[in-house]
Design a protein around this ligand. Structure first.
Ligand SMILES: Cc1cc2nc3c(=O)[nH]c(=O)nc-3n(C[C@H](O)[C@H](O)[C@H](O)COP(=O)(O)O)c2cc1C
Length: 131
C-alpha cells in the first residue's frame, strides 16, 4: 500500500516537472487589448492584467493606439475591451477590428482563447450589446 502511494507520488512529480519545463520554454501569455479615450476602460484593462499576473501568468495591456501585433499573434489568449460609445464599441476599436480582417480570413488566430469586456456610463444593456 505504502509502495503504491510512493509510486503514484513519483509519477505526479514527473508530470508536474514536465509541465513546468514546457511552461519555461513557452510560457502562456495573455494580451488585453483595449481602447479608452477617457481612461475608465484603461483602468479596467490594467486591473485585469494585474489579476492575471498575480496568478503567475504573463499578461500585457495593449492600447490599440500602440498595437503590438507580434504580442497579439503569439498570445494564447486575447481579451478585447472597449468603452461604449453610442451603443457600441468606439470608432477606434471598430477600426482595430477591421484591421484584423486578414487574420480572420486566414484563421490566423484560430485556437486562441478569447474574452471581451466593455465599460459604459450606465446602461448595462449597451455593455452586453457591445461585448
Ligand atoms: C461619445 C460618447 C458616447 C457614449 N455613449 C454611451 C452609450 O451609448 N451608453 C452608455 O452607457 N454610455 C455611453 N458613454 C459613456 C461611456 O461609455 C463611459 O463614460 C465610459 O466609461 C468611457 O470610457 P473611457 O473612459 O474608457 O473612454 C458615451 C461616452 C462618450 C464620450
Amino acid at each position: 500500500m505504502m509502495e503504491n502511494n510512493h509510486h503514484v507520488d513519483f509519477d505526479v512529480n514527473i508530470a508536474q516537472q514536465s509541465i513546468n519545463e514546457q511552461q519555461l520554454i513557452n510560457p502562456p501569455t495573455i494580451a488585453v487589448v483595449y481602447h479608452s479615450n477617457y481612461g475608465h476602460t484603461r483602468r479596467v484593462a490594467h486591473s485585469i492584467v494585474s489579476g492575471i499576473v498575480q496568478e503567475g501568468v504573463m499578461a500585457q495591456a495593449i492600447d490599440i493606439d500602440e498595437l503590438d501585433w507580434d504580442y497579439l499573434d503569439n498570445a494564447n489568449m486575447i481579451v478585447f475591451g472597449s468603452a461604449v460609445y453610442m451603443g457600441s464599441v468606439t470608432a477606434e476599436f471598430k477600426q482595430f477590428m477591421d484591421s484584423t480582417s486578414k487574420r480572420w480570413f486566414e484563421r490566423g488566430w484560430e485556437g486562441k482563447w478569447a474574452a471581451a469586456f466593455a465599460n459604459s456610463g450606465g446602461l448595462s444593456e449597451t455593455v452586453k450589446q457591445t461585448v
